[in-house]
Design a protein around this ligand. Sequence first.
Ligand code: CA
Length: 463
Amino acid sequence: MPDRDPNFLFVMADDHAAHAISAYGSHINKTPGIDRLADGGMRFDNCFCVNSICSPSRAAILTGTYNHVNGVTDLDTLFDGRQVTFPKLLQAAGYQTALVGKWHLGHGGVHDPTGFDYWDVLPDQGNYHNPELIRWERGVTRDDEGERRVVAGYVTDVITDLALDWLHRRDPARPFLLKLHHKAPHRPWQPDDAHALLYEELEVPAPPTFDDDYSHRGSAARNARMRIDRDLGLEDLKVPVPDRLSPAESKHWKFQRYIKDYLRCVASIDDNLMRVLDWLDAQGLSGDTVVLYTSDQGFFLGDHGWYDKRFMYEESLRMPLLLRYPREVRAGSMCTDMMLNVDIAPTILDLAGVGIPRAMQGHSVRPLMHERTPADWRTSMYYRYWMHLDSSHAVQAHYGVRTGRYKLIRYDGKGDGPEWELFDLEDDPVEIHSVYDDPAYATLRAELTDELHRLQAEVGDAP
Ligand code: CA
């Protein structure tokens, strides 16, 4: 039935960097489940978030708007569910809609999820083991608030079980949207028993910038508190650091503790994605279902000596984005055009044949899915991180522009005026040497500054 409306299975992990997915060429792990989507669909190599932190990216995905528009600029600004979101529009068009897992946009009143027939979400960050969840379902629970209960098990398995339960009991005559949002692999990276010893005997290689000394840049990188050697705590590492290690040995030991637990959490996501993909196959639904796998942002996996995200640097800016839809996407295809998280909502609406509201700022990537780049497709993107010097990570607020080859970043600074960085991604793909003050780049610097301000105005933001 080729004219059936497609189903949508939107799977999102939390803090899963593309460079920890084998389909993206990971040197440190294998993800056969996620790779099935790359093999059967399209891999987007330049998908970026407009603000590399959890809640803001989630709000951008739901609304197709930038954070100064949807109001979720940092972790303390809650989402107002009265806004237009793509699940609401699909629901109004006759879709069955569900959200299971991490929400992280506030609870109660206008902050609860809207546009879903069923939602079952972790409160705030949620727990890895025996998580509490808040459930609401049309005609089942009370109208005005969700029900809290604890569900025994490991969070990634629990979320997948609840998602499969809903798929089983849905009305097969109508199309569905299922948003399946994992908590993992978010800090503090607690794996389940089945993966607790995975990689135990291995030495995970550190990335090339592991010993970055933060010179040749502004002060923001040097002052950030997300260093593996200094800022990881006992809750992250789970066991005390052994005595009598040199500083270099201690950093190496901490990295192994951190990255192995991170990859173990990823392995559990991958196994559970495999279960859902197998279920779609068994039900004969794979041909009719658009499956997306992404993460709310990227993550530093020892890159620059860090864990965490926030910076506009490549590792945290880039989102993994794999899309399988046999009706329209060639198996094993790749896209290097720039896609943004604000493009997800318009793309899904486009594929569902539902009108895209003019207020949505992203653009449908459907032409890119067909391996055709529109002549006016974006060649630059605007980014803004708002959370200036928060108490835990101390990253300066910044905004910037990335083009195919260059990146210009303007930091708020620490009270004595802004600081700037400019990277030539062709010469310096790992961004360790800003050329902002290099006279050879003066013309380019001026052009990029103009482009930054043009984009800022275009999306309706202000310095
Ligand atoms: Ca996140």
